[in-house]
Design a protein. Structure first.
Lengths: 284, 176
C-alpha cells in the first residue's frame, strides 16, 4: 500500500508541477485572489502537515514567488491553494519568506490581530460535499441548489471543489451593505435554513460562514489530479469526474481569459443586488 | 374556567360546536359572526342558558373547520387578526343590540421555565411574525407528510434563536 501511495504522490507532484507552470491557469488564480488572502496548506497526502496564511498574490510574479517559497516549483511538496472568504479593504501586507520567522514578524502579528477590522465583505459560499464521499451524489444536490439560485436570479459561479464536491459562490460585491460580521451571521442562517428546509444538512457545510477567517479552495487550483474548475451551465449539466481531471482540462478547455463564469442573467448590478437581498431575506 | 370551556378543551367537542356555528352561518368572517351564530344556535330550550365567554370562542376558533371557513371567506391575515383579538380578549361585543358584554383580558402569569438551556422568566404575549424561511420549512415538511410532533421538534432545533410553542407551530402547519 505504501508503495502505491508513493507512486500516486509522485504522479500528483509531477502533475502539480506541470499545472502551476501553466501561465493561463496562474493568471486566472490571481484574478480571483483580488482582495483575498492566499493561504497555502499541505495536501492530505503529505505526511508533514503545514500551512502558511496571508499571502498577497495580486500578480502572477507574486504567486510564482509564493509557489517557489513553498517548494512547489521544484516538485517536492503537494499543496492546496486556498483563499479567504472574507474580502479585505486596503492592501494585504507582504511578509517575509523566511517561513519560520513569519509568524514572529510584528506586521504579521498586527495583520492577524486586525484581520476582522479589515474585512469589507464576505462571499456567500455553498460548499456541497457528499456524506457518502461520492461526487455524483453531491452533484445531485448541487443541481437542485443551482435551480434555486437560478430561480432567484442571484449572481454566482459554480466550480468543482477539487475531489468530491462543488462550490457555489455569490461574490461579496453583490451583498447588502451592512456590517460584515452581521452579514456573515445571515450567511450562516441561510446555509443552515436551506439545509434544513430541503433536508440537505448533511451536504451543505455551514462552517464556511462560522468564522471571519474561513477559507475555500481557489478556483483553478490543483488538488490530487483534479482542478477546482469553474463551470458554465452546459459543463455543469454534463459534469463527470473525468472532466475535472487536469489532463482533460488541459486538452479540452481554453483557459485563457476564461474567468469565473459568473451568472448575471443580463441584469444590472443594482438588479442583481436586489435579487441577492430577496434571496437572503427569504432564507435567513 | 366554565365546564363548557373544559369540555371544549377536547378537539371533538370544539369541532361539534364549530359545526353548530357553520350550520347557522357558513359565511363567518369575524369573531362577532361566531358569537352571533352561537347565540342563534342556542336560542331555544336548554340552550338558552348557555353562556359563551371569550375562552369558549377561542377554543372554537382553534377548530380547523372554523379556521378554514374564515380563511376561505376572508384571508389568512384576517384570520390572524381575529385570532389575536380573541387571544388578547380586548374587545367589546354587542349581541342583537340587547346584551352588552365587556370582555376584559385575563392577567396572564407564566411560570419561569427552561427552553434550550435558557431560563425564560416571562412569556411574550405578542405575535412574532413568521419569516419566509420558517414558512418554507413548514411547507416542505407538510408536503412530505412528516408528523407534526417531528416537525415541532425539528423546527425548534433549527430555529433556535426564535423558538415557538408547539401549538403555534401546529396551527401554522395546518394553515400553511
Amino acid at each position: 500500500m505504501v508503495g502505491l501511495d508513493e507512486e500516486i504522490k509522485e504522479l500528483f507532484l509531477k502533475q502539480q508541477h506541470e499545472w502551476y507552470k501553466f501561465i493561463p491557469a496562474l493568471f486566472e488564480i490571481v484574478k480571483e485572489l483580488k482582495g483575498h488572502t492566499l493561504d497555502i496548506l499541505s495536501s492530505k497526502l503529505e505526511e508533514t502537515k503545514f500551512g502558511v496564511r496571508y499571502f498577497f498574490a495580486g500578480t502572477i510574479d507574486y504567486l510564482k514567488k509564493h509557489l517557489d517559497a513553498m517548494s512547489i516549483s521544484d516538485g517536492t511538496k503537494l499543496i492546496n491553494l486556498y483563499r479567504s472568504i472574507a474580502h479585505l479593504k486596503g492592501n494585504i501586507p507582504i511578509f517575509t519568506y523566511a517561513l519560520s520567522e513569519r509568524k514572529s514578524d510584528p506586521r504579521y502579528i498586527q495583520f492577524d490581530k486586525e484581520f476582522v477590522d479589515l474585512i469589507d465583505g464576505f462571499d456567500l459560499v455553498f460548499d456541497i460535499d457528499s456524506p457518502l464521499k461520492n461526487v455524483t451524489d453531491a452533484w445531485g444536490v448541487a443541481k437542485q441548489i443551482k435551480v434555486i439560485l437560478d430561480e432567484y436570479k442571484v449572481p454566482y459561479y459554480v466550480k468543482s471543489s477539487g475531489t468530491r464536491g462543488f462550490h457555489f459562490i455569490i461574490p461579496y460585491n453583490y451583498m447588502p451593505e451592512i456590517n460584515p460580521l452581521e452579514l456573515q451571521a445571515i450567511h450562516y442562517k441561510v446555509l443552515r435554513n436551506i439545509g434544513a428546509i430541503y433536508e440537505w444538512s448533511d451536504y451543505i457545510d455551514k462552517s464556511v460562514a462560522s468564522h471571519p477567517k474561513t477559507l475555500i479552495k481557489c478556483s483553478y487550483a490543483f488538488d490530487s489530479a483534479n482542478i477546482s474548475l469553474p463551470m458554465n451551465d452546459i459543463e455543469f449539466e454534463n459534469f463527470s469526474p473525468e472532466k475535472i481531471k487536469m489532463e482533460w482540462v488541459l486538452d479540452n478547455i481554453i483557459l485563457k481569459n476564461r474567468g469565473l463564469l459568473t451568472r448575471t442573467y443580463g441584469l444590472s448590478e443594482e438588479e442583481l443586488k436586489k435579487n441577492v437581498k430577496k434571496f437572503l431575506d427569504d432564507f435567513k | 374556567m366554565s365546564s363548557l370551556t373544559e369540555g371544549l378543551e377536547k378537539q371533538d367537542e370544539a369541532d361539534r360546536f364549530a359545526e353548530y356555528v357553520l350550520k347557522e352561518n357558513p359565511n363567518i368572517k369575524s369573531r362577532e359572526d361566531i358569537e352571533e351564530a352561537l347565540s342563534r344556535a342556542f336560542s331555544q330550550g336548554n340552550g338558552q342558558h348557555a353562556i359563551f365567554d371569550n375562552d369558549d370562542i377561542r377554543k372554537i376558533l382553534e377548530s380547523n373547520l372554523i379556521q378554514n371557513a374564515i380563511i376561505n371567506n376572508t384571508s389568512e391575515e384576517k384570520f390572524e387578526e381575529i385570532e389575536q383579538e380573541v387571544q388578547t380578549g380586548t374587545f367589546e361585543t354587542q349581541r342583537d343590540g340587547k346584551n352588552v358584554i365587556v370582555f376584559t383580558p385575563k392577567k396572564v402569569t407564566a411560570r419561569s421555565y427552561t427552553r434550550a438551556g435558557k431560563s425564560i422568566k416571562s412569556y411574550n404575549r405578542g405575535f412574532q411574525k413568521w419569516s419566509p424561511s420558517e414558512i418554507k420549512f413548514l411547507k416542505a415538511r407538510k408536503m412530505r407528510k412528516i408528523s407534526p410532533k417531528k416537525v415541532i421538534y425539528e423546527f425548534n432545533q433549527n430555529f433556535k434563536e426564535s423558538q415557538r410553542s408547539s401549538s403555534s407551530i401546529k396551527s401554522k402547519l395546518y394553515r400553511t
